[in-house]
Design a protein around this ligand. Sequence first.
Ligand SMILES: [Zn+2]
Ligand SMILES: [Zn+2]
Ligand SMILES: [Zn+2]
Length: 160
Amino acid sequence: MTASDSALGALWRRAWTAARWGTHCGRCGCPLDAGAAVWLDPIRLDGRLVACAPICATCAQPMGRYDLRRWPSPLPCEGCGRPVHYGGGRRYRVRCSTRCAWTVANRRRSQAAAAAAAARRTACTVCGTVFEPSRADRCYCSPACKQRAYRQRHGLVTDP
Ligand SMILES: [Zn+2]
Ligand SMILES: [Zn+2]
Ligand SMILES: [Zn+2]
């Protein structure tokens, strides 16, 4: 080991935080702009894998940036949309960082919640307004429509 423990610790933190937040290069630490292309690289220190972190173009270049077997054409990150080159074989889920993985998971969750809410929506049997019932057995959009239905049932109103 050539680097001192504290220097190694700093490199370790740099790679680890890069993998988590995607805001800087996991090797040189330079800031990565939001839309800038990144190269995902498994960073090893002292023989141990730290993280698969995004690295900048400058750091990727000497490692064969233009070798398409190592760095196939980029795919957009599912979280932030930046182009991501990934050299570790075929990757189905492209996320530049852990933060983007969270973004994708949150988006999926809210989409599922919205779909569930849409599935619960029903039309008011009196006025036809589509609404989301608070209980499964509710079929009127408002107390006014409920009352109106009651009055219609009992012949208290004659208008349509
Ligand atoms: Zn770099
Ligand atoms: Zn991303
Ligand atoms: Zn109604």
